[in-house]
Design a protein around this ligand. Structure first.
Ligand code: ADP
Ligand code: MG
Length: 494
Protein backbone atom coordinates (compact mmCIF):
# COMPACT_ATOMS: atom_id res chain seq x y z
CA UNK A 1 0.00 0.00 0.00
CA UNK A 2 1.32 3.44 -0.88
CA UNK A 3 1.62 6.16 1.76
CA UNK A 4 -1.15 8.08 0.09
CA UNK A 5 -3.72 5.27 0.16
CA UNK A 6 -2.92 4.44 3.73
CA UNK A 7 -3.38 8.06 4.72
CA UNK A 8 -6.83 8.19 3.18
CA UNK A 9 -7.94 5.18 5.25
CA UNK A 10 -7.19 6.81 8.59
CA UNK A 11 -10.04 7.28 11.05
CA UNK A 12 -9.61 10.58 12.90
CA UNK A 13 -5.85 10.32 12.38
CA UNK A 14 -5.61 6.71 13.55
CA UNK A 15 -4.77 3.58 11.60
CA UNK A 16 -7.05 0.61 12.24
CA UNK A 17 -5.37 -2.80 12.66
CA UNK A 18 -7.38 -6.02 12.64
CA UNK A 19 -6.48 -9.71 12.84
CA UNK A 20 -9.09 -12.45 12.49
CA UNK A 21 -9.63 -15.77 14.18
CA UNK A 22 -12.36 -17.77 12.44
CA UNK A 23 -13.88 -21.00 13.70
CA UNK A 24 -15.13 -23.07 10.79
CA UNK A 25 -17.09 -26.13 11.82
CA UNK A 26 -15.89 -29.02 9.70
CA UNK A 27 -18.55 -30.88 7.74
CA UNK A 28 -17.91 -34.35 9.14
CA UNK A 29 -20.57 -36.90 10.09
CA UNK A 30 -19.08 -37.59 13.49
CA UNK A 31 -17.13 -35.76 16.20
CA UNK A 32 -13.42 -35.05 15.96
CA UNK A 33 -12.39 -37.73 18.48
CA UNK A 34 -15.49 -39.91 18.82
CA UNK A 35 -18.24 -41.58 16.79
CA UNK A 36 -21.05 -39.38 18.17
CA UNK A 37 -23.00 -37.55 15.42
CA UNK A 38 -22.55 -33.82 14.72
CA UNK A 39 -26.02 -33.02 13.31
CA UNK A 40 -27.42 -29.65 14.41
CA UNK A 41 -30.61 -29.19 16.41
CA UNK A 42 -30.96 -32.50 18.30
CA UNK A 43 -32.57 -32.64 21.78
CA UNK A 44 -30.07 -31.27 24.32
CA UNK A 45 -27.51 -33.76 25.60
CA UNK A 46 -28.48 -36.60 23.26
CA UNK A 47 -25.37 -36.37 21.06
CA UNK A 48 -22.44 -36.25 23.43
CA UNK A 49 -20.79 -39.54 24.24
CA UNK A 50 -18.39 -40.57 27.00
CA UNK A 51 -15.35 -39.66 24.86
CA UNK A 52 -16.66 -36.14 24.23
CA UNK A 53 -16.94 -35.68 28.00
CA UNK A 54 -13.56 -37.36 28.66
CA UNK A 55 -15.09 -39.71 31.20
CA UNK A 56 -12.52 -41.95 32.93
CA UNK A 57 -11.47 -44.93 30.87
CA UNK A 58 -12.18 -43.36 27.49
CA UNK A 59 -9.64 -42.39 24.85
CA UNK A 60 -9.97 -39.98 21.93
CA UNK A 61 -9.40 -41.34 18.40
CA UNK A 62 -8.62 -38.91 15.56
CA UNK A 63 -11.33 -38.58 12.87
CA UNK A 64 -9.55 -39.06 9.54
CA UNK A 65 -12.13 -37.06 7.66
CA UNK A 66 -11.53 -33.95 9.81
CA UNK A 67 -7.83 -34.13 8.93
CA UNK A 68 -8.65 -34.46 5.26
CA UNK A 69 -10.82 -31.32 5.39
CA UNK A 70 -7.96 -29.42 7.05
CA UNK A 71 -5.66 -30.56 4.24
CA UNK A 72 -8.18 -29.25 1.70
CA UNK A 73 -8.12 -25.82 3.30
CA UNK A 74 -4.33 -25.79 3.36
CA UNK A 75 -4.20 -26.67 -0.33
CA UNK A 76 -6.79 -24.02 -1.22
CA UNK A 77 -4.88 -21.26 0.58
CA UNK A 78 -1.36 -22.18 -0.46
CA UNK A 79 -0.33 -23.15 3.07
CA UNK A 80 2.26 -25.59 4.28
CA UNK A 81 0.70 -28.81 5.54
CA UNK A 82 2.72 -30.10 8.45
CA UNK A 83 4.03 -33.66 8.09
CA UNK A 84 3.67 -33.87 11.85
CA UNK A 85 1.50 -31.79 14.12
CA UNK A 86 0.65 -32.07 17.78
CA UNK A 87 -2.54 -31.96 19.84
CA UNK A 88 -2.41 -30.05 23.09
CA UNK A 89 -4.69 -29.59 26.06
CA UNK A 90 -5.88 -26.05 26.61
CA UNK A 91 -6.92 -25.99 30.26
CA UNK A 92 -9.68 -23.74 31.52
CA UNK A 93 -12.81 -23.95 33.58
CA UNK A 94 -16.21 -23.17 32.14
CA UNK A 95 -19.58 -24.85 32.79
CA UNK A 96 -19.89 -25.91 29.13
CA UNK A 97 -16.53 -27.71 29.33
CA UNK A 98 -16.93 -30.23 32.15
CA UNK A 99 -13.76 -32.09 31.13
CA UNK A 100 -11.73 -29.04 32.16
CA UNK A 101 -9.68 -28.79 28.98
CA UNK A 102 -10.18 -28.42 25.26
CA UNK A 103 -8.12 -30.50 22.84
CA UNK A 104 -6.54 -28.10 20.37
CA UNK A 105 -3.24 -27.58 18.61
CA UNK A 106 -0.78 -25.11 20.03
CA UNK A 107 2.89 -25.11 19.10
CA UNK A 108 2.67 -27.17 15.92
CA UNK A 109 -0.60 -26.71 13.97
CA UNK A 110 -1.56 -28.84 10.97
CA UNK A 111 -1.87 -25.90 8.52
CA UNK A 112 0.82 -23.22 8.50
CA UNK A 113 0.97 -19.95 6.54
CA UNK A 114 -0.93 -19.28 3.33
CA UNK A 115 -3.05 -16.33 2.29
CA UNK A 116 -6.49 -15.13 1.25
CA UNK A 117 -6.83 -12.65 -1.65
CA UNK A 118 -9.94 -10.73 -2.63
CA UNK A 119 -11.12 -7.55 -4.30
CA UNK A 120 -12.17 -4.64 -2.14
CA UNK A 121 -14.97 -2.54 -3.66
CA UNK A 122 -14.24 0.95 -5.04
CA UNK A 123 -16.14 2.71 -2.23
CA UNK A 124 -13.94 1.13 0.47
CA UNK A 125 -10.38 1.50 -0.80
CA UNK A 126 -9.87 5.23 -0.36
CA UNK A 127 -8.54 5.45 -3.93
CA UNK A 128 -11.96 5.34 -5.62
CA UNK A 129 -11.02 2.14 -7.42
CA UNK A 130 -11.53 -1.51 -6.62
CA UNK A 131 -8.25 -2.98 -5.35
CA UNK A 132 -6.84 -6.42 -4.67
CA UNK A 133 -6.02 -7.19 -1.04
CA UNK A 134 -4.07 -10.11 0.40
CA UNK A 135 -4.33 -11.17 4.04
CA UNK A 136 -1.60 -13.52 5.27
CA UNK A 137 -2.54 -16.46 7.46
CA UNK A 138 -0.55 -17.45 10.49
CA UNK A 139 -2.06 -20.90 10.83
CA UNK A 140 -5.15 -23.06 10.87
CA UNK A 141 -5.41 -25.65 13.60
CA UNK A 142 -7.76 -28.50 14.43
CA UNK A 143 -9.64 -28.44 17.71
CA UNK A 144 -12.81 -29.59 19.38
CA UNK A 145 -15.76 -27.33 20.19
CA UNK A 146 -17.15 -27.00 23.72
CA UNK A 147 -20.79 -27.39 24.79
CA UNK A 148 -23.26 -24.53 25.04
CA UNK A 149 -24.77 -22.70 28.01
CA UNK A 150 -28.51 -22.08 27.67
CA UNK A 151 -29.83 -19.02 29.47
CA UNK A 152 -33.12 -18.31 27.77
CA UNK A 153 -35.49 -21.00 29.03
CA UNK A 154 -34.42 -20.77 32.65
CA UNK A 155 -35.11 -18.31 35.44
CA UNK A 156 -32.20 -17.72 37.79
CA UNK A 157 -30.44 -20.75 36.35
CA UNK A 158 -28.56 -21.82 33.25
CA UNK A 159 -28.78 -25.07 31.35
CA UNK A 160 -25.90 -26.89 29.71
CA UNK A 161 -26.23 -28.65 26.35
CA UNK A 162 -23.19 -30.77 25.54
CA UNK A 163 -24.26 -31.86 22.05
CA UNK A 164 -21.68 -29.56 20.50
CA UNK A 165 -18.84 -30.90 22.66
CA UNK A 166 -16.25 -32.54 20.44
CA UNK A 167 -17.54 -31.06 17.18
CA UNK A 168 -14.55 -30.60 14.85
CA UNK A 169 -13.40 -27.04 14.25
CA UNK A 170 -10.68 -25.51 12.17
CA UNK A 171 -9.51 -22.24 13.70
CA UNK A 172 -8.09 -20.02 10.96
CA UNK A 173 -5.85 -17.22 12.24
CA UNK A 174 -4.60 -14.25 10.22
CA UNK A 175 -1.72 -11.85 10.66
CA UNK A 176 -2.89 -8.38 11.73
CA UNK A 177 -3.05 -7.35 8.05
CA UNK A 178 -6.58 -5.96 7.84
CA UNK A 179 -6.95 -2.16 7.82
CA UNK A 180 -10.68 -1.33 7.94
CA UNK A 181 -14.07 -2.80 8.82
CA UNK A 182 -14.92 -3.02 5.10
CA UNK A 183 -11.75 -4.98 4.47
CA UNK A 184 -12.56 -7.24 7.43
CA UNK A 185 -15.98 -8.04 5.99
CA UNK A 186 -14.52 -8.62 2.51
CA UNK A 187 -11.94 -10.99 4.00
CA UNK A 188 -14.56 -12.89 5.99
CA UNK A 189 -16.84 -13.19 2.95
CA UNK A 190 -14.00 -14.51 0.80
CA UNK A 191 -12.97 -17.05 3.44
CA UNK A 192 -16.62 -18.07 3.82
CA UNK A 193 -16.85 -18.54 0.06
CA UNK A 194 -13.71 -20.68 0.00
CA UNK A 195 -14.63 -23.02 2.88
CA UNK A 196 -18.10 -23.65 1.45
CA UNK A 197 -16.77 -23.95 -2.11
CA UNK A 198 -14.27 -26.68 -1.18
CA UNK A 199 -16.94 -28.39 0.90
CA UNK A 200 -15.22 -28.36 4.29
CA UNK A 201 -17.89 -26.31 6.12
CA UNK A 202 -21.61 -25.74 5.52
CA UNK A 203 -21.08 -22.03 6.22
CA UNK A 204 -24.34 -21.67 8.16
CA UNK A 205 -23.67 -18.59 10.27
CA UNK A 206 -26.97 -18.65 12.21
CA UNK A 207 -26.18 -22.16 13.40
CA UNK A 208 -22.66 -21.10 14.34
CA UNK A 209 -20.85 -23.15 11.70
CA UNK A 210 -18.74 -20.13 10.73
CA UNK A 211 -18.00 -17.61 13.47
CA UNK A 212 -15.39 -14.91 13.57
CA UNK A 213 -13.45 -13.18 16.33
CA UNK A 214 -12.08 -9.79 15.29
CA UNK A 215 -9.00 -8.53 17.13
CA UNK A 216 -9.08 -4.75 16.83
CA UNK A 217 -6.53 -2.09 17.74
CA UNK A 218 -5.74 1.44 16.60
CA UNK A 219 -2.48 3.37 16.37
CA UNK A 220 -0.99 6.54 15.01
CA UNK A 221 0.57 5.81 11.59
CA UNK A 222 4.07 4.41 12.00
CA UNK A 223 3.63 3.65 15.72
CA UNK A 224 4.03 0.11 17.09
CA UNK A 225 0.89 -2.04 17.28
CA UNK A 226 -1.67 -0.82 19.79
CA UNK A 227 -3.32 -2.96 22.44
CA UNK A 228 -6.11 -5.04 20.97
CA UNK A 229 -9.55 -5.97 22.14
CA UNK A 230 -11.08 -9.15 20.73
CA UNK A 231 -14.72 -9.05 19.60
CA UNK A 232 -15.99 -12.60 20.01
CA UNK A 233 -18.38 -14.71 17.96
CA UNK A 234 -19.45 -12.41 15.15
CA UNK A 235 -21.93 -14.53 13.23
CA UNK A 236 -23.28 -12.08 10.66
CA UNK A 237 -21.44 -9.88 8.17
CA UNK A 238 -23.68 -6.94 9.05
CA UNK A 239 -22.94 -7.14 12.77
CA UNK A 240 -19.26 -7.63 11.98
CA UNK A 241 -19.05 -4.25 10.27
CA UNK A 242 -21.13 -2.50 12.95
CA UNK A 243 -19.17 -4.05 15.79
CA UNK A 244 -15.77 -3.10 14.36
CA UNK A 245 -16.88 0.44 13.52
CA UNK A 246 -18.19 0.93 17.04
CA UNK A 247 -15.07 -0.60 18.59
CA UNK A 248 -12.73 1.63 16.55
CA UNK A 249 -14.62 4.78 17.56
CA UNK A 250 -14.67 3.67 21.20
CA UNK A 251 -10.92 2.97 21.29
CA UNK A 252 -10.05 6.30 19.67
CA UNK A 253 -12.28 8.11 22.14
CA UNK A 254 -10.61 6.34 25.07
CA UNK A 255 -7.12 7.23 23.82
CA UNK A 256 -8.09 10.83 23.07
CA UNK A 257 -9.45 11.07 26.62
CA UNK A 258 -6.08 9.92 27.93
CA UNK A 259 -7.04 6.35 28.87
CA UNK A 260 -4.94 3.33 27.94
CA UNK A 261 -6.70 0.41 26.21
CA UNK A 262 -6.83 -2.74 28.34
CA UNK A 263 -6.52 -6.02 26.48
CA UNK A 264 -9.98 -7.59 26.76
CA UNK A 265 -12.52 -9.90 25.25
CA UNK A 266 -15.72 -8.11 24.27
CA UNK A 267 -19.15 -9.01 22.95
CA UNK A 268 -21.21 -7.05 20.44
CA UNK A 269 -24.81 -6.37 21.38
CA UNK A 270 -26.86 -5.93 18.17
CA UNK A 271 -29.68 -4.27 20.15
CA UNK A 272 -27.54 -1.38 21.41
CA UNK A 273 -24.97 -1.49 18.59
CA UNK A 274 -22.22 -1.44 21.23
CA UNK A 275 -19.43 -3.72 22.32
CA UNK A 276 -18.95 -4.45 26.00
CA UNK A 277 -16.19 -6.16 27.94
CA UNK A 278 -16.84 -9.78 28.90
CA UNK A 279 -13.60 -10.53 30.69
CA UNK A 280 -10.03 -9.36 30.69
CA UNK A 281 -8.11 -11.43 28.24
CA UNK A 282 -6.14 -14.51 29.24
CA UNK A 283 -2.65 -14.98 27.89
CA UNK A 284 -1.53 -18.29 26.43
CA UNK A 285 0.34 -19.03 29.66
CA UNK A 286 -2.93 -18.99 31.61
CA UNK A 287 -4.11 -22.05 29.70
CA UNK A 288 -1.18 -24.25 30.80
CA UNK A 289 -0.99 -25.85 27.36
CA UNK A 290 0.74 -29.22 27.20
CA UNK A 291 0.77 -32.00 24.58
CA UNK A 292 -2.22 -34.29 25.08
CA UNK A 293 -0.81 -37.62 26.32
CA UNK A 294 -3.87 -39.45 24.93
CA UNK A 295 -3.08 -38.57 21.31
CA UNK A 296 0.05 -39.37 19.30
CA UNK A 297 1.39 -36.71 16.92
CA UNK A 298 -0.72 -36.37 13.78
CA UNK A 299 1.34 -37.70 10.86
CA UNK A 300 0.31 -36.80 7.31
CA UNK A 301 2.01 -38.67 4.48
CA UNK A 302 2.93 -36.66 1.36
CA UNK A 303 1.01 -39.24 -0.70
CA UNK A 304 -2.18 -38.43 1.21
CA UNK A 305 -1.77 -34.72 0.48
CA UNK A 306 -1.24 -35.54 -3.21
CA UNK A 307 -4.38 -37.66 -3.22
CA UNK A 308 -6.44 -34.85 -1.69
CA UNK A 309 -4.92 -32.40 -4.15
CA UNK A 310 -6.05 -34.52 -7.10
CA UNK A 311 -9.63 -34.24 -5.84
CA UNK A 312 -9.66 -30.45 -5.37
CA UNK A 313 -12.12 -28.42 -7.45
CA UNK A 314 -11.19 -25.33 -9.45
CA UNK A 315 -11.15 -22.51 -6.86
CA UNK A 316 -13.40 -19.43 -7.09
CA UNK A 317 -10.60 -16.99 -7.92
CA UNK A 318 -9.14 -19.25 -10.63
CA UNK A 319 -12.59 -19.84 -12.04
CA UNK A 320 -13.34 -16.09 -12.12
CA UNK A 321 -10.15 -15.53 -14.11
CA UNK A 322 -11.16 -18.27 -16.53
CA UNK A 323 -14.64 -16.79 -17.02
CA UNK A 324 -12.98 -13.51 -18.01
CA UNK A 325 -10.69 -15.10 -20.60
CA UNK A 326 -13.02 -17.82 -21.85
CA UNK A 327 -16.29 -15.88 -22.07
CA UNK A 328 -15.02 -12.30 -22.28
CA UNK A 329 -16.90 -11.32 -19.11
CA UNK A 330 -15.99 -8.20 -17.12
CA UNK A 331 -14.12 -8.90 -13.85
CA UNK A 332 -17.19 -7.75 -11.89
CA UNK A 333 -19.47 -10.31 -13.56
CA UNK A 334 -16.93 -13.10 -13.14
CA UNK A 335 -16.56 -12.38 -9.43
CA UNK A 336 -20.32 -12.20 -8.89
CA UNK A 337 -20.99 -15.43 -10.78
CA UNK A 338 -18.40 -17.33 -8.74
CA UNK A 339 -20.27 -16.79 -5.47
CA UNK A 340 -20.98 -20.49 -5.32
CA UNK A 341 -20.19 -23.57 -7.42
CA UNK A 342 -23.93 -23.86 -8.16
CA UNK A 343 -24.13 -20.35 -9.58
CA UNK A 344 -20.97 -20.75 -11.65
CA UNK A 345 -22.20 -24.04 -13.10
CA UNK A 346 -25.59 -22.49 -13.87
CA UNK A 347 -23.86 -19.67 -15.74
CA UNK A 348 -21.62 -21.96 -17.78
CA UNK A 349 -24.53 -24.16 -18.86
CA UNK A 350 -26.69 -21.17 -19.82
CA UNK A 351 -23.82 -19.44 -21.65
CA UNK A 352 -22.81 -22.52 -23.60
CA UNK A 353 -26.39 -23.53 -24.38
CA UNK A 354 -27.35 -20.09 -25.71
CA UNK A 355 -24.03 -18.89 -27.11
CA UNK A 356 -24.81 -15.60 -25.33
CA UNK A 357 -22.37 -15.33 -22.43
CA UNK A 358 -22.88 -11.67 -21.52
CA UNK A 359 -26.64 -11.94 -21.83
CA UNK A 360 -26.59 -15.05 -19.62
CA UNK A 361 -24.50 -13.18 -17.06
CA UNK A 362 -26.88 -10.20 -17.05
CA UNK A 363 -29.90 -12.42 -16.64
CA UNK A 364 -28.39 -14.47 -13.81
CA UNK A 365 -27.12 -11.41 -11.90
CA UNK A 366 -30.41 -9.60 -12.57
CA UNK A 367 -33.67 -11.46 -13.18
CA UNK A 368 -32.64 -14.80 -11.66
CA UNK A 369 -30.88 -13.42 -8.55
CA UNK A 370 -33.64 -10.90 -7.90
CA UNK A 371 -36.28 -13.63 -7.89
CA UNK A 372 -34.15 -15.92 -5.70
CA UNK A 373 -33.53 -13.10 -3.20
CA UNK A 374 -37.20 -12.21 -3.05
CA UNK A 375 -38.02 -15.80 -2.16
CA UNK A 376 -34.96 -16.19 0.11
CA UNK A 377 -33.77 -19.12 -1.96
CA UNK A 378 -30.31 -19.97 -3.18
CA UNK A 379 -29.05 -21.31 -6.50
CA UNK A 380 -29.56 -24.90 -5.42
CA UNK A 381 -33.32 -24.20 -5.34
CA UNK A 382 -33.65 -22.30 -8.63
CA UNK A 383 -36.90 -23.49 -10.29
CA UNK A 384 -35.82 -22.72 -13.88
CA UNK A 385 -33.01 -24.91 -15.21
CA UNK A 386 -29.95 -23.44 -16.90
CA UNK A 387 -30.94 -25.22 -20.12
CA UNK A 388 -34.34 -23.54 -20.05
CA UNK A 389 -32.71 -20.15 -19.47
CA UNK A 390 -30.46 -20.88 -22.47
CA UNK A 391 -33.53 -21.60 -24.62
CA UNK A 392 -35.08 -18.31 -23.51
CA UNK A 393 -31.92 -16.31 -24.28
CA UNK A 394 -31.81 -17.83 -27.75
CA UNK A 395 -35.30 -16.49 -28.44
CA UNK A 396 -34.21 -12.98 -27.45
CA UNK A 397 -31.06 -13.25 -29.53
CA UNK A 398 -32.89 -14.43 -32.67
CA UNK A 399 -35.48 -11.64 -32.37
CA UNK A 400 -38.46 -13.89 -31.60
CA UNK A 401 -39.25 -11.98 -28.40
CA UNK A 402 -38.21 -8.70 -26.84
CA UNK A 403 -36.30 -8.53 -23.58
CA UNK A 404 -39.48 -7.36 -21.85
CA UNK A 405 -41.52 -10.22 -23.23
CA UNK A 406 -38.76 -12.59 -22.07
CA UNK A 407 -39.33 -11.41 -18.50
CA UNK A 408 -42.98 -12.41 -18.81
CA UNK A 409 -41.91 -15.82 -20.11
CA UNK A 410 -39.56 -16.08 -17.12
CA UNK A 411 -42.46 -15.32 -14.75
CA UNK A 412 -44.43 -18.24 -16.18
CA UNK A 413 -41.45 -20.60 -16.10
CA UNK A 414 -40.62 -19.54 -12.54
CA UNK A 415 -44.18 -20.15 -11.37
CA UNK A 416 -43.92 -23.58 -13.02
CA UNK A 417 -46.92 -22.78 -15.22
CA UNK A 418 -44.98 -24.39 -18.05
CA UNK A 419 -41.49 -25.66 -18.70
CA UNK A 420 -41.09 -25.12 -22.43
CA UNK A 421 -40.03 -21.67 -23.61
CA UNK A 422 -41.57 -21.84 -27.09
CA UNK A 423 -44.94 -23.01 -25.83
CA UNK A 424 -45.08 -20.16 -23.30
CA UNK A 425 -44.26 -17.64 -26.04
CA UNK A 426 -47.01 -19.19 -28.17
CA UNK A 427 -49.61 -19.45 -25.40
CA UNK A 428 -49.08 -15.88 -24.22
CA UNK A 429 -48.85 -14.49 -27.76
CA UNK A 430 -45.55 -12.77 -27.04
CA UNK A 431 -43.91 -13.19 -30.43
CA UNK A 432 -42.48 -9.96 -31.77
CA UNK A 433 -44.16 -8.81 -34.96
CA UNK A 434 -41.54 -9.39 -37.62
CA UNK A 435 -43.98 -9.20 -40.51
CA UNK A 436 -43.22 -5.88 -42.26
CA UNK A 437 -46.55 -5.81 -44.12
CA UNK A 438 -48.62 -6.12 -40.96
CA UNK A 439 -46.58 -3.40 -39.26
CA UNK A 440 -46.99 -1.01 -42.20
CA UNK A 441 -50.73 -1.49 -42.01
CA UNK A 442 -50.76 -0.54 -38.31
CA UNK A 443 -48.56 2.49 -38.98
CA UNK A 444 -50.91 3.67 -41.71
CA UNK A 445 -53.88 3.34 -39.37
CA UNK A 446 -52.15 5.17 -36.53
CA UNK A 447 -51.12 8.03 -38.86
CA UNK A 448 -54.67 8.33 -40.17
CA UNK A 449 -56.07 8.46 -36.64
CA UNK A 450 -53.49 10.99 -35.34
CA UNK A 451 -53.33 13.65 -38.06
CA UNK A 452 -52.51 16.31 -35.49
CA UNK A 453 -49.36 14.52 -34.30
CA UNK A 454 -48.33 13.91 -37.89
CA UNK A 455 -48.69 17.61 -38.70
CA UNK A 456 -46.78 18.65 -35.57
CA UNK A 457 -43.93 16.29 -36.41
CA UNK A 458 -43.73 17.63 -39.94
CA UNK A 459 -43.61 21.13 -38.44
CA UNK A 460 -40.44 20.04 -36.57
CA UNK A 461 -41.76 18.80 -33.23
CA UNK A 462 -39.73 15.69 -32.35
CA UNK A 463 -41.96 14.97 -29.35
CA UNK A 464 -44.84 14.20 -31.68
CA UNK A 465 -42.77 11.38 -33.13
CA UNK A 466 -42.50 9.65 -29.75
CA UNK A 467 -46.25 9.92 -29.33
CA UNK A 468 -46.73 8.14 -32.65
CA UNK A 469 -44.25 5.38 -31.72
CA UNK A 470 -46.20 4.89 -28.50
CA UNK A 471 -49.48 4.61 -30.43
CA UNK A 472 -48.04 2.02 -32.81
CA UNK A 473 -46.60 -0.05 -29.97
CA UNK A 474 -49.95 0.09 -28.25
CA UNK A 475 -51.85 -0.90 -31.39
CA UNK A 476 -49.48 -3.86 -31.84
CA UNK A 477 -50.09 -4.89 -28.21
CA UNK A 478 -46.39 -4.42 -27.51
CA UNK A 479 -45.37 -7.01 -30.08
CA UNK A 480 -43.87 -4.71 -32.68
CA UNK A 481 -40.11 -4.49 -32.77
CA UNK A 482 -39.37 -0.91 -31.52
CA UNK A 483 -36.48 -0.40 -33.93
CA UNK A 484 -38.61 -1.50 -36.85
CA UNK A 485 -41.44 0.82 -35.76
CA UNK A 486 -38.99 3.71 -35.74
CA UNK A 487 -37.72 2.90 -39.22
CA UNK A 488 -41.16 2.44 -40.80
CA UNK A 489 -42.56 5.60 -39.18
CA UNK A 490 -39.65 7.79 -40.24
CA UNK A 491 -39.85 6.49 -43.75
CA UNK A 492 -43.62 7.08 -44.01
CA UNK A 493 -43.45 10.53 -42.43
CA UNK A 494 -40.99 11.33 -45.19
P1 ADP B 1 -4.60 -15.21 21.03
O1 ADP B 1 -4.52 -16.56 20.47
O2 ADP B 1 -4.21 -15.11 22.45
O3 ADP B 1 -5.93 -14.56 20.78
P2 ADP B 1 -2.66 -14.33 18.99
O4 ADP B 1 -1.36 -13.65 19.25
O5 ADP B 1 -2.61 -15.69 18.43
O6 ADP B 1 -3.50 -14.27 20.33
O7 ADP B 1 -3.44 -13.39 18.01
C1 ADP B 1 -4.76 -13.58 17.72
C2 ADP B 1 -5.15 -12.66 16.58
O8 ADP B 1 -4.97 -11.30 16.96
C3 ADP B 1 -4.35 -12.84 15.32
O9 ADP B 1 -5.25 -12.80 14.24
C4 ADP B 1 -3.43 -11.64 15.29
O10 ADP B 1 -3.16 -11.24 13.97
C5 ADP B 1 -4.29 -10.59 15.96
N1 ADP B 1 -3.53 -9.53 16.62
C6 ADP B 1 -2.43 -9.65 17.38
N2 ADP B 1 -2.03 -8.45 17.83
C7 ADP B 1 -2.89 -7.53 17.33
C8 ADP B 1 -3.02 -6.11 17.46
N3 ADP B 1 -2.18 -5.39 18.19
N4 ADP B 1 -4.05 -5.52 16.81
C9 ADP B 1 -4.92 -6.24 16.07
N5 ADP B 1 -4.84 -7.56 15.94
C10 ADP B 1 -3.85 -8.22 16.55
MG1 MG C 1 -7.86 -15.43 20.37
Amino acid sequence: MSEKKQASLLVQGYEVVIGFETHAQLATQSKIFSRAPTAFGAEPNTQACAVDLALPGTLPVMNRSAVELAIRLGLALGSHIAEQSVFARKNYFYPDLPKGYQISQFEIPVVQGGEVSFFLGAHSTGSGQSEKRTVRLVRAHLEEDAGKSLHEDFIGQSGIDLNRAGTPLLEIVTEPDIRSSAEAVAYAKELHKIVTWIGICDGNMQEGSFRCDANVSVRKPGAPLGTRREIKNLNSFKFMQQAIDYEVRWQIEQIEDGHAIQQATVLFDPDTGETRAMRTKEDAADYRYFPDPDLPPLVIARSWVDEVKAGMPELPRQMAERLVTEYGLPEYDATTLTQSPAMAAYFETAAQGSGQAKMASNWIMGEVSRRLNAEEKDMAQVPVSADTLAALLKRIADGTISNNAAKQVMDALWAAEASDVDSVIEAKGLKQMNDAGALEKIVDEVMAANVENVAQFRAGKEKAFNALVGQVMKASKGKANPQQVNDVLRQKLG
